[in-house]
Design a protein. Structure first.
Length: 218
């Protein structure tokens, strides 16, 4: 509980700083605003949209909590919000988004509304950089709470960064890519990010086979 209290304190400090406070006396922490108190996925999304736990809250256009079916069997995790996603406030944008949609509809034979798609870090990083470790630490409880609300059959991570952060492991991505891995009570399958496939089209066949593996788990 102490870690959640610290996060609540930090959130209140960011809000106060944003409206001009430089110093305040002790105050009680409003624990009810934190994600562990959310009773629905919609309420958790509202918490994410008003989050001030890291510096990205100062520069973001909006938080992108997630999109899709709250009872989905398939839960897809991208690591970061792209510039296109942020500018358009939409999911599946740009060439990378089109590839992901084609994976879902043409290979997995699902509609995008039937899966749940989200980002590990809910706000676009500054200057299109990767999120800092502290930004991931501030955001990760939101992601884990989303997984617990949706309770999917299969979790798919897009790219090595999403897999490494979620699993807390630093290993050769090619040694785990396409494998079915136990993650808590879920099955997790890491695959190449669509943006990787744009740069390395020769890997599309490998990813197709990985998608067949995912389909067999659903």
């Amino acid at each position: 509980m102490e870690s959640y209290q610290n996060l609540a304190l930090l959130q209140n400090l960011y809000r106060l700083k944003a409206i001009g406070y430089e110093y305040i006396d002790q105050f009680s922490i409003n624990i009810n605003s934190q994600d562990e108190q959310a009773s629905t996925l919609d309420q958790l999304s509202q918490n994410i949209s008003s989050c001030h736990l890291c510096d990205l809250s100062k520069s973001r256009s909006q938080s992108m909590s997630g999109f899709g079916d709250e009872n989905a069997d398939l839960f897809i995790i991208d690591y970061t919000v792209s510039q296109n996603d942020d500018q358009m406030n939409q999911y599946y944008t740009g060439r990378s988004g089109e590839i992901l949609k084609n994976m879902i509809t043409n290979v997995l034979k699902l509609q995008t509304q039937e899966i749940y798609y989200t980002h590990a870090v809910k706000c676009k990083p500054l200057h299109s950089n990767l999120p800092s470790p502290s930004e991931w630490e501030s955001c990760k409880n939101y992601l884990y709470a989303q997984i617990e609300f949706v309770k999917p059959k299969v979790i798919v991570t897009l790219g090595k960064d999403a897999y490494a952060k979620i699993m807390g492991l630093d290993e050769d991505f090619e040694n785990v890519r396409g494998h079915v891995i136990d993650f808590k009570e879920y099955k997790l399958v890491p695959i190449h990010h669509p943006s990787f496939l744009l740069r390395n089209p020769q890997s599309k066949k490998t990813t197709f086979n990985d998608l067949i593996t995912i389909k067999s788990c659903l």
